[in-house]
Design a protein around this ligand. Structure first.
Ligand SMILES: O=C(O)CCC(=O)C(=O)O
Length: 281
């Protein structure tokens, strides 16, 4: 068995998340959980499921991306639902209820130079609400040259929704529908001084925790000998409802929910039910 207890979260970490839209949680995930996740990642690379969205790069690199893994992999399912992660999410969401939105895998093998384009996540997702967060868990030593994530500090409070685009130039998936309410992402790399950019190196078990409207991206992995495996789990809180507007990812649309419905369903399961028990701080 792997312990379901995760380390305590401090008030300072919660305040940083609320102010900046991103915080790093050091030593969050134990090596026992990391071993289980690493084995599950390997299984997925060897036999990816229906939501695979990776690609080979022209220069011999490889990006492996996949989503909704918890639905078919028992170890990822346990991590998302039964580990201490949902309780961590609840603290940051400041919510009674916690739903699992979905999980996603981002593996940039060594010498995979494609960057992860700047984006914010919520425009991709068929949901509305403020209480939405992602926890990106590092499986490897992650540094700026292997593709550490970068964030625009405070951008979750811009209330700007950027048009989703596919991640890989060679990705064999349809383009996202245009949504007239969304705007194009500005060229942040050309004007880096104009933005409050933050990034951290991680060691295995550390995690980035960020809001769904926080703008983020990542460099390619220019190392020659180091993988960069990130496993992201995404949770929502009390105020989130279904909203299948144009531009959202078809693989995340629900066959049963209607716009305005709470997410509670097999696809977006309730992990922590709303209760009268006060949230512990
Ligand atoms: O790992 C990456 O390159 C991208 C991660 C990301 O965009 C996310 O988890 O939302």
């Amino acid at each position: 068995m792997t312990s379901s207890q995760f380390r305590a979260v401090s008030e300072q970490e919660i305040a940083s998340y609320q102010r900046d839209g991103v915080v790093v949680l050091r030593e969050l995930v134990s090596s026992a959980w990391l071993d289980r996740i690493a084995a599950a990642i390997q299984r997925d690379i060897e036999q990816p499921g229906p939501f695979y969205h990776g690609y080979q790069t022209a220069d011999g690199g490889r990006f492996h991306g996949n989503m909704r893994l918890f639905e078919s992999d028992q170890d990822m399912n346990s991590f998302c639902r039964e580990s201490g992660l949902p309780q961590v999410a609840r603290r940051f969401l400041d919510s009674n209820k916690v739903n699992l939105l979905y999980d996603q895998l981002f593996v940039k093998e060594a010498a995979t130079l494609n960057r992860t384009r700047w984006h914010n996540d919520q425009p991709y997702w068929p949901i509305q609400g403020w209480q939405v967060l992602s926890i990106w868990v590092a499986l490897d030593n992650t540094t700026v040259d292997s593709g550490a994530l970068e964030f625009v500090r405070g951008s979750h409070r811009w209330n700007r929704w950027f048009q989703p685009e596919t991640f890989g130039k060679t990705e064999a998936v349809a383009a996202y529908e245009r949504n007239p309410d969304y705007e194009p992402m500005p060229d942040i790399d050309m004007h880096r001084c104009d933005y409050d950019l933050v990034s951290w190196d991680l060691v295995p078990g550390d995690a980035y925790l960020f809001h769904a409207l926080t703008v983020h991206g990542a460099a390619g992995n220019s190392t020659t000998d180091r993988r960069r495996r990130g496993y992201t789990v995404r949770y929502t809180g009390d105020d989130v409802v279904y909203d299948s507007r144009a531009g959202t990812n078809r693989h995340l649309r629900s066959p049963t929910l209607h716009d305005g419905d709470p997410l509670d369903s097999d696809q977006f399961p309730v992990i922590i039910a709303a209760s009268s028990t006060p949230r512990s701080r």
